[in-house]
Design a protein around this ligand. Structure first.
Ligand code: BG6
Length: 297
């Protein structure tokens, strides 16, 4: 069976040997195993902390948490954002229980599931603006596609930020390189949130890194190259999203995180396609789609 499920997770299995797992809690994808080419070794491509909390009491530390309708700490302008300003960091999508709505196979063997999140009474009491989220995940032999559709069924514009907080597994963060980012402006949260322009062809992630690069999309591609002796990496194709956060907490911040195992930060780089520099204003009755394709090479 290409799709199986239990009370907590949905499991996708592709005929080639690739596989994926997604928690209903947060629609958090916690595993994508694939080879870099047909016949290659099937390996885990996502990082999940050994000490991640998986009982639904806290957002999962790793995989691909879905960020909506705010990114980072809530906005401080309570007049412009009366509801957003009261939410928790990164919003409620990553801590809500989603529903498996459909599962099917594409004509070329891709395995597809769609998870949905509609407002529950609990969400509406904190965040009254109407919305509907549909998250379609597609597994092939060497790719994993996550496509988030945000619909505004209300009668006023829906303001949101959104992001796929993708923890890509790397042999070592010391060797990892992300590109192309040269020429893009970025907000550096490790340097007072000030804005700079990237001047490097390939960006390393050796130190604590917490940057939001603007202008990566709405159509684009970032490459995470493993670097060092390891060959390969992951391409991150982007559609709809305009920004990308590059994040690694480094030793000082990482070792202070309760749900990060010792030296866990050495084994991943977060490449996070998002719409986060500004709020997107989605007109009544309209929809918006952000898509990410992970392609192992
Ligand atoms: C990143 C942010 O996307 O997520 C960081 O840019 C933040 O500032 C990190 O620390 C992790 O956030 P959280 O809420 O999952 O600990």
């Amino acid at each position: 069976m290409p799709v199986t499920k239990d009370s907590k997770k949905v499991y996708l299995t592709h005929a080639s040997g690739s596989s994926a797992e997604v928690y209903l809690y947060g629609a958090t994808v916690t595993s994508f195993k694939a080879a870099s080419s047909e016949g290659g070794k099937v390996e885990e491509r996502l990082f999940v902390s050994d000490t991640a909390i998986l009982d639904g009491s806290k957002a999962i530390r790793g995989g691909i948490p879905v960020v909506f309708p705010i990114f980072g700490p809530p906005p401080t302008d309570a007049t412009a954002f009366p509801y957003h300003s009261k939410l928790s960091q990164h919003g409620f999508a990553r801590t809500s229980i989603w529903t498996l709505n459909s599962e099917f196979e594409t004509s070329d063997g891709g395995v597809v599931v769609e998870l949905v999140l509609n407002p529950t009474p609990e969400i509406t009491s904190a965040f009254p603006p109407p919305f509907a989220l549909s998250y379609t995940l597609t597994l092939t032999s060497t790719t994993f596609t996550a496509s988030l559709k945000i619909t505004n069924p209300g009668s006023a514009a829906l303001q949101f930020q959104t992001l796929l907080h993708t923890y890509l597994s790397t042999p070592s963060h010391l060797d990892a390189l992300v590109y192309p980012l040269k020429g893009l402006s970025y907000k550096d949260k490790t340097r007072g949130g000030n804005t700079f322009v990237e001047d490097r062809e390939k960006v390393d992630v050796k130190e604590e890194t917490d940057r939001v690069y603007a202008g990566v999309g709405p159509e684009g591609k970032l490459t995470l190259e493993y670097g060092g002796k390891e060959k390969g990496g992951v391409e991150v194709e982007i559609g709809g999203f305009v920004d990308a956060t590059i994040w690694n907490p480094g030793e000082k911040t990482g070792s202070a995180m309760g749900d990060m195992h010792a030296k866990g930060w050495e084994s991943f780089v977060c490449v996070e396609p998002g719409y986060v520099s500004e709020f997107y204003s989605l007109e009544a009755g309209k929809e918006w789609v952000g898509k990410m394709v992970l392609k192992v090479f």
